[in-house]
Ligand binder design. Structure first.
Ligand code: ADP
Length: 382
């Protein structure tokens, strides 16, 4: 049986492992947290640091194939494993380029992929020389996620919010739509393209508010977005599942924001709403099986269940018992403790009316919530 390892054991790993039951595979997870969401779903769990060279190398050495569910891993160990014959998906060189926003932006520029103009900064001080470039978005090179490590700088008064570490200062785009296109590339270079999805962001949290599929775009914009995402993914020359996030601006221009070389939050709806889920698709890539179809089964909305403000401690799902329709699917990630803003699960609703998407999403978010027994006055999201 093929031995496949996953670096990281969060909710993405958990859902990947849930769908592993359909495949002939022996699964291994390396993760630094003992009570991680993926633990109970894998065949073998190893507690260890995914950023440590020796740990990752020793973990990968006994595997046929290795993949990731988070970018912040020891790429050097993956490079060594690839050299020694382990199949690493995505290729470590692509992972290395993507895992730092600075090299990622430079890559887009070098490959003529449309992306907002940018400068690279190393200190906060440097921002003072770039006042004329504002409004812009400052993004840390390494370690940012879910809007953390991203600051909007409108004018000189915002400079103190900037980062004092290597970062990208990117021209602020007047965004009309944010979309994501997931593209699968198998080991024989066949590709499968998922229908573009639209992501609506919460402006205060900088976190996904809801996702809708298919994206509400004109066919020509949709076609262009797919073309750009495909050109980018083809340039990687690597098997893998890639989620390309794009902005559509007010004049319908399309810009690549960033790419995730793994299963992604923007693809969770695919479990119920698409002919092949993103998780099945990744197994098909890893195990060299034919890529499945990607057509929409039913239009859908997906909302994240995130830890409610002020609630810290043992997590409690509220409202799930009130859902009785056949079109709503609740996924609970099994995290023991909640904190404000933490991703605890998600809900997918099928057969939606796209014109009432916001209303439906807010109804779901208000009825299904993650609380805890104790409420503390912890103010805003942490
Ligand atoms: P993360 O990797 O943490 O998700 P992103 O780079 O995707 O960070 O930025 C988070 C959000 O910030 C985006 O989804 C978008 O809403 C906003 N944003 C990022 N870059 C720009 C930009 N150039 N112009 C306007 N808004 C942006």
């Amino acid at each position: 049986m093929t031995k496949v390892g996953i670096l990281g054991g969060g909710q993405l790993g958990r859902m990947l492992l849930e769908s592993a039951a359909k495949f002939k595979v022996e699964t291994y997870v390396l993760e630094n947290q003992e009570n991680s969401p993926a633990r109970q779903f894998c065949d073998h769990f190893l507690l260890g640091d995914i950023k440590d060279y020796d740990t990752v190398y020793a973990f990968g050495k006994k595997l046929d194939c290795i993949t990731i569910e988070i970018e912040q891993v020891c790429v050097e160990a993956l490079e060594k494993l690839e050299e020694e014959g382990v199949t690493v998906i995505p290729k470590p060189s692509v992972l290395k380029m993507i895992s730092n926003k600075i090299s990622q932006k430079e890559y887009y520029q070098q490959h003529f992929i449309p992306t907002p103009d940018f400068y690279i900064t190393h200190t906060r001080e440097e921002l003072n020389t770039l006042i004329d470039f504002l409004p812009a978005v400052h993004k840390v090179g390494l370690g940012g996620y879910d809007g953390k490590g991203v600051e909007l700088l409108y004018d000189i008064n915002d400079i103190q919010k900037g980062f004092d570490t290597p970062a990208v200062l990117e021209k602020m785009t007047e965004i009309k739509h944010e979309i994501a296109v997931q593209i699968a590339v198998d080991q024989a270079k066949n590709i499968a393209i998922f229908p573009p999805v639209e992501m609506v962001f919460d402006p205060t949290l900088n976190l996904l508010d809801f996702q809708i599929c298919p994206a509400r775009l004109s066919p020509s914009v949709q076609k262009k977005a797919i073309e750009i995402a495909t050109k980018l993914v083809n340039s990687f020359q690597s098997p893998g599942l890639f989620a390309v996030e794009l902005f559509i601006d007010q004049s319908a221009k399309i810009w690549v924001n960033e790419t995730a070389p793994r299963v992604h939050n923007s693809g969770h709806h695919s479990i119920e709403a698409i002919a092949t889920s993103q998780f099945e698709m990744l197994w098909q890539i890893l195990l060299q099986e034919p890529l499945g179809p990607t057509h929409v089964l039913k239009p859908s909305i997906m909302v994240n269940i995130i830890g409610a403000p002020n609630y810290l401690g043992t997590a409690k799902l509220e409202g799930a018992d009130l859902i009785s329709d056949q079109d709503t699917f609740i996924h609970w990630y099994g995290k023991e403790t909640t904190r404000p803003g933490r991703k605890m699960g998600h809900v997918t609703r099928l057969s939606i009316n796209p014109e009432r998407a916001t209303e439906t999403a807010h109804l779901l978010k208000n009825s299904i919530r993650c609380l805890s027994d104790t409420k503390e006055n912890k103010g805003s999201f942490v």
